[in-house]
Write a protein that binds this ligand. Structure first.
Ligand code: C2E
Ligand code: MG
Ligand code: MG
Ligand code: MG
Length: 283
């Protein structure tokens, strides 16, 4: 009896494992098809100066224009792409698409500032990343001050090669932003070593501002450290005027969030760039 139950349980686990492997393979196939059919697109969200409201640039955020499911956000497929070993290819697509977009905006005579792309920790295993970035910038005539790479703190903790790859990217003249600052294994030592141009305070610290005293303390501490190291602070996920006013007062340099604009596709964003009033945030 016991032996039979054991065998059944075994069989059950095997079936479950099989199902998981199958599901993973299906996702992998779908993502490959998405790449081949060019179903990914970048949306853009502006970043503005906190005191004067001038346009500084934007963050490029990937979406999947799925033939059946519609527009799918990155949180629904980036983790699967990482697991399937496809994040390198998607990252290369993102870098090239952003550089191509920069060339397009220039051709259209639009001022866009600097475009930031997100790369996953997995992509910092491979030195090929540096060549991909260099080549895409060269092909599309992108200047280093027009292109930025966002990485999370985790990259530096989990990927052996990452610090030297980041240094090579900085060697191209590209700026680095540390994303989701404060949510990972933050180490002040790496900030000093890495010298990012900006750090982005995670939205979770902003959402209860200005009322929550703990969040105020955290934000002010981050701003204080960044100031001391000559690093600019981006507040991400700014939704209300009260948050904006507080963040500006606290010394954040750059604002990004729904209050200024939601991420928009290339066409909408070009319209936003062209139509935008000279000063969105009144000084
Ligand atoms: P992230 O880099 O921290 O990007 C900011 C996220 O906050 C974006 O979500 C953006 O749409 C959202 N956001 C901006 N302002 C507001 C606001 O005022 N309120 C709220 N509630 N949300 C706001 P999204 O586009 O869903 O991206 C989620 C994450 O997916 C990103 O977080 C980033 O980690 C990752 N991601 C996005 N694009 C890429 C990519 O091209 N490659 C990789 N590897 N990851 C990406
Ligand atoms: Mg980001
Ligand atoms: Mg972030
Ligand atoms: Mg995030």
């Amino acid at each position: 009896e016991a032996k039979k139950a054991g065998r059944d349980r075994h069989g059950f686990y095997r079936a479950e494992l099989n199902q998981r492997v199958q599901a993973q393979m299906a996702v992998e196939r779908e993502l490959r098809e998405a790449l081949a059919r060019d179903e990914f697109e970048l949306h853009y969200q502006p970043q503005i100066g906190a005191t004067r409201g001038e346009l500084l640039g934007c963050e490029a955020l990937i979406r999947w224009r799925h033939p059946v499911r519609g527009l799918v956000g990155p949180l629904h497929f980036i983790p699967a792409a990482e697991q399937a070993g496809l994040i390198g290819e998607i990252g290369a697509w993102v870098v090239r698409a952003a550089c191509a977009q920069i060339a397009q905006w220039k051709a259209d005579g639009l001022a866009f500032g600097c475009v930031a792309v997100n790369l996953s920790a997995h992509e910092f295993r491979d030195r090929g990343l540096v060549d991909i970035v260099r080549e895409a910038m060269r092909e599309h005539g992108v200047r280093p001050d027009e292109f930025e790479i966002e990485i999370t703190e985790t990259v530096l903790m989990t990927e052996q090669a990452s610090l030297s790859i980041v240094a090579d990217l900085q060697g191209l003249g590209i700026h680095i932003a540390v994303d989701d600052f404060g949510t990972g294994y933050s180490s002040l030592a790496y900030l000093k070593r890495l010298r990012p141009r900006t750090i982005k305070i995670d939205r979770s610290f902003l959402k209860d501002l200005p009322d929550d005293e703990d969040d105020r303390v955290v934000v002010e501490a981050i701003v204080g450290i960044a100031h001391a190291l000559h690093i600019d602070v981006v507040a991400e996920g700014v939704e209300t005027e009260a948050q904006r006013d507080y963040l500006r007062e606290a010394g954040c340099h750059i604002l990004q969030g729904y209050l200024i604009a939601r991420p928009a596709d290339a066409q909408q964003y070009a319209r936003w760039l062209a139509d935008r009033p000279p000063d969105i945030v009144s000084a």
